[in-house]
Design a protein around this ligand. Structure first.
Ligand code: ATP
Length: 330
């Protein structure tokens, strides 16, 4: 499939700030993105993951045309996002969880009308899309309320509808579920999956919420220190990396031992122990036998490693491992 987004050897350097009263620069230049290359095809749902300051937002801003790369080639929908900004804006939607593109003092439906005017959306298409979003996102309960009066979850549903009214081919979402409760997150995830399925909208997402990633995306790109350290299928990533499991043991008596053969004690309270182990090296039955040789066990449970823990372990891995072929799939 032909990629609709292509980044080749992108670098983004933020220049050091100039001093207010002197000609010299203060501090050093900041390389936010370094040698970044990837391609994304139509209809993909890709999550950008990485610790704070990794370069995710800078990368998204370059793809959406807000920032210009210092060097490198960027091509989205056969356009240069920054150079062709006006034409490009017609084909993309942008949602920032921490900011709104709606007009604070206008009722939500007037914000929508204003956007339909800005994007020159034909009346028929506008009405069809609006009706569809009202139904799917249940906007009817608050569409006549002023944006400033909406809850965060309602505002976010309004923001997502606003970003899609002009039927963009690409939707950039920066932390779209930040601060929302479980139900509101679920509603937004289901909506995004539906839109992707029905309209083939390509979704590019940054998030710190691993549930968003697992539910919405089929591919992840992990960034650290401005560099891509993993790019691949989310399920394959989990299979390859979710090797450790945790055995949680409830005890009848107070714990005294800190070492059990074949496992690492990662947490303990008086009557509960958490052992991290790798099933490739020790069978669960052997591990339980080792523990019951020392303790009277009251209860047992096994926890899988979360994607959050896996991603963190990749951030914390030595640089040589991060940059190896094994981790950089593209
Ligand atoms: N306008 C700017 N001027 C100078 N440096 C900047 C600017 N914006 C970002 N940076 C720096 O670029 C680096 C990457 O920042 P970026 O916001 O892209 O990271 P991020 O991965 O999105 O982080 P977060 O998860 O915290 O949002 C950081 O070191 C940051 O301090």
């Amino acid at each position: 499939m032909n990629p609709i987004i292509k980044l080749e050897n992108i670098h983004k350097i933020y220049p050091a700030q100039k001093r207010m009263f002197f000609k010299s620069k203060q501090g050093t230049d900041n390389t936010a993105v370094s040698n970044m290359s990837f391609a994304i095809s139509e209809g993909e749902m890709v999550a950008f993951l990485g610790p704070n300051g990794a370069g995710k937002t800078t990368t998204i801003k370059m793809m959406s045309g807000i920032l210009v790369p210092t060097t490198g080639e960027i091509n989205v929908l056969n356009m240069n996002p920054h150079k062709n900004r006006k034409a490009y804006a017609q084909h993309i939607g942008v949602v920032f969880g921490q900011r709104t593109q709606l007009w604070w003092d206008l009722p939500l439906h007037e914000s929508f009308e204003f956007l339909s005017y800005i994007y020159k959306i034909p009346k028929k298409i506008y009405k069809k899309n609006l009706d569809y979003f009202i139904e799917l996102l249940e906007l009817d309960q608050f569409i006549y309320s002023r944006v400033r009066e909406l809850s965060l979850g309602q505002r976010m549903r309004g923001d997502i509808a606003a970003a899609l009214l002009h039927e963009p081919k690409l939707l950039f979402l920066d932390e779209p579920t930040i601060g929302l409760d479980v139900l509101a997150k679920k509603r937004i995830r289901e909506f995004l999956i539906q839109i992707n399925k029905e309209k083939k909208t390509t979704l590019i997402l940054t998030t710190h919420d691993m549930d968003d990633v697992i539910h919405i995306c089929n591919r992840i790109i992990i960034i650290d220190n401005g560099q891509k350290i993993y790019d691949g299928d989310i399920h394959r990533f989990l299979e390859e990396n979710r090797t450790y499991r945790t055995l949680v043991v409830d005890l009848f008596e107070k714990s005294t031992v800190t070492h059990i053969q074949g496992a690492e004690l990662i947490k303990e309270t008086d009557y509960k122990l958490w052992f991290k182990f790798d099933p490739k090296y020790i069978k669960i039955s052997d591990l339980i036998a080792n523990i019951s040789a020392i303790y009277k066990i009251k209860d047992l449970s096994i926890q899988d490693t979360t994607i959050d823990e896996i991603v963190r372990s990749i951030y914390e891995a030595p640089k040589s491992k991060m940059n190896s072929e094994e981790y950089c799939k593209q």
